[in-house]
Ligand binder design. Structure first.
Ligand SMILES: [Zn+2]
Length: 67
């Protein structure tokens, strides 16, 4: 079973130096991200649960896979 309780990380944007805003847990359909993820071929097919962080200034997105 997957648990959604994850601690929120404090991450700074590498471009702006300000803290990324936590956007919550998201489920990504791998099909939509195929071009981005094609080299991660050891990943399971289907969807992927991630935590998204976004820079409010430049829109840089950082994501972490949740298990
Ligand atoms: Zn930024």
């Amino acid at each position: 079973m997957k648990r959604t309780a994850q601690k929120i990380r404090k991450i700074n944007c590498p471009y702006c130096g300000i803290q990324l805003a936590y956007k919550g847990a998201q489920r990504i359909q791998l099909g939509r991200w195929g071009l981005l993820l094609e080299h991660w071929d050891n990943w399971l097919s289907g969807s992927l649960n991630v935590q998204l962080y976004e820079c409010p200034k430049c829109g840089k997105i950082e994501m972490f896979r949740t298990r």
